[in-house]
Design a protein around this ligand. Structure first.
Ligand code: HEM
Length: 185
């Protein structure tokens, strides 16, 4: 009985000590705040991008019509985007280009014009030769293209109407140091 009285007396003293000093009070708040933060971080389920583990697409060229299938709404969910005549597999950026994403209008499309003019609108029907774009806009297209090249896998080329697809079957799949770059120039 006496022991518990001493204990509760000590507790009261500690509480009084804390409450009466603004610095102590602030420290207690800080401790609780940090504990809350730590606890929340531990219990939060990590928001991870669900990236489907799709096999790398075999190198091939696409017509505008063929590209349309790859807007992410189809069964495998793969998303392709063309920029400046090159087709990229942007499936790992599905949160941008997949259904419901902010740039979904580019999924399965040639995004060149939209990127050059900062307009996230669907590309027109058919092949766009971009010939009416200004030099500045074309520079912007190339700038975007180099970003895509850095981040995503190049799958092939976007074919002009009547253009024959390249036969990539005898090309090595291994990445080489000179690789695609030499082909561009
Ligand atoms: C209010 C306007 C906009 C805001 C606030 C915005 C914001 C952003 C942000 C924050 C990212 C980076 C996301 C990340 O890496 O996690 C991004 C990426 C991007 N934005 Fe925008 N954006 C805007 C307008 C536009 C417009 C008009 C276009 C094109 C016409 C555009 C095209 C892109 C593209 C292509 C990416 C790259 C996605 C990737 O990594 O593949 N954005 N934007």
């Amino acid at each position: 009985m006496a022991e518990s009285t001493i204990k509760s007396g000590l507790l009261t003293n500690i509480v009084l000590e804390i409450v009466q000093s603004p610095i102590n009070l602030a420290l207690v708040f800080l401790i609780f705040f940090l504990l809350y933060k730590i606890f929340r971080r531990q219990t939060e389920t990590p928001v991870r991008q669900v990236v489907p583990d799709l096999p790398k697409l075999k190198k091939r060229d696409f017509t505008v019509e063929e590209l349309k299938k790859y807007d992410g709404t189809q069964e495998d969910g793969r998303v392709l985007v063309a920029v400046n005549g090159s087709v990229y597999d942007v499936t790992k950026g599905k949160r941008f280009y997949g259904p419901g994403g902010p740039y979904a209008a580019f999924g399965g499309k040639d995004a060149s014009r939209g990127l050059a003019t900062f307009s996230v609108s669907a590309a027109g029907e058919g092949y766009d030769d971009l010939s009416d774009l200004s030099t500045v806009e074309m520079d912007s297209v190339r700038e975007w293209e180099s970003q895509f090249k850095e981040k995503y896998d190049l799958v092939g080329r976007l074919l002009k109407p009547g253009e024959q697809p390249t036969n990539y079957s005898d090309e090595e799949d291994e990445p080489s140091a000179t690789g695609d770059k030499s082909k561009d120039d």
